[in-house]
Design a protein around this ligand. Structure first.
Ligand SMILES: NC(=O)c1ccc[n+]([C@@H]2O[C@H](COP(=O)([O-])OP(=O)(O)OC[C@H]3O[C@@H](n4cnc5c(N)ncnc54)[C@H](OP(=O)(O)O)[C@@H]3O)[C@@H](O)[C@H]2O)c1
Length: 257
């Protein structure tokens, strides 16, 4: 199966890395930016091609350009899109109905990935127009991490939590690292401790199925040091700040959409 990519930036490149691990896939990489595309091709294989060639020859096309570029990029393809490819858009805020106007008659998937897809630890939400599109999409993303199908009406919420979420988690890890450095740890050790703590705690949530509050209670002994830290986070509005960050991201998504 030929799987093409138009737009190989942060997100398109991350998805291409995950799709390259799936058996039976030949990649066609858009050569719009020859430096980026060439570097990626060296890493994951595949063939470089123009946008038109990608559109004309692929069985599946991933569209990884910025949302405001989607209309112009598809219009520029002209008759190259007159085939039966499945088109998959990762553009934030671009609805299936918008895509259907640009690509009439095509099977379509709208996806919302995040960058950990590149290392097989992504969180991707998607909405598919057809059952065939859904099955093919899940097969292509099988090496990318978690994949969940949601109603399109929830795509903005998924975008704010999982698409933007990595930035919030990096900020948290950075802040934990700063506190470690302030208290004498080397920068490298402090960041490793913070990142592994986030990773291990996230795995505990996923593998035990327990509510995060139950897991927090299990490490919070009466009168101890952890509860002192938990109370300080409450005092400083940590949970409200997190909820507000996600709601602000969601609001901005809607404005951009
Ligand atoms: N980054 C995220 O975490 C994230 C998460 C979820 C969804 N998304 C979505 O993913 C899409 C890409 O975002 P990004 O962060 O990956 O942006 P990006 O790094 O700027 O990637 C966009 C890529 O598209 C290329 N491009 C521009 N015009 C093109 C054209 N006419 N033909 C072919 N390629 C073209 C750009 O090349 P040049 O560098 O040469 O301009 C760039 O490599 C967006 O729609 C965004 O909403 C991103």
């Amino acid at each position: 199966m030929k799987v093409g990519f138009i737009g190989l930036g942060n997100m398109g490149g991350a998805i291409a890395k995950a799709v390259a691990k799936v058996d039976g896939v030949d990649l066609l990489l858009s050569s719009h930016n020859p430096v980026k595309a060439g570097k990626l091709q060296k890493e994951i294989g595949g063939e470089l091609a123009s946008n038109q060639e990608v559109a004309a020859k692929s069985d599946v096309v991933f569209l990884g350009v910025k949302p405001y570029q989607v209309g112009a990029v598809i219009s520029d393809l002209g008759s190259a899109v007159d085939n039966h490819a499945l088109w998959i858009s990762m553009a934030t805020g671009v609805a299936l109905s918008d895509l259907a106007q640009l690509l009439p008659g095509h099977d379509l998937v709208r996806m919302m990935p995040n960058t950990p897809v590149a290392i097989g630890e992504g969180m991707t939400s998607f909405t598919a127009k057809s059952a065939e599109g859904r099955d093919l999409f899940k097969r292509l993303l099988a090496k990318s991490g978690q994949v969940v199908e949601i109603p399109e009406s929830l795509m903005d919420a998924a975008t704010a939590v999982a698409g933007c979420g990595p930035a919030f988690v990096y900020q948290f890890i950075e802040a934990m690292g700063d506190a470690g450095v302030q208290n004498g740890l080397s920068r490298q050790d402090a960041i490793e401790m913070a990142a592994q703590t986030v990773l291990g705690s996230a795995k505990m949530v996923l593998s035990t199925g327990q509510h995060p509050a139950q897991l927090r209670d299990a490490v919070t002994s009466p009168g101890g040091s952890t509860i002192a830290g938990v109370v300080a986070l409450e005092r400083d509005g940590f949970r409200y700040a997190t909820i507000d960050a996600i709601n602000s991201a969601l609001k901005r998504n809607q404005e951009l959409g």
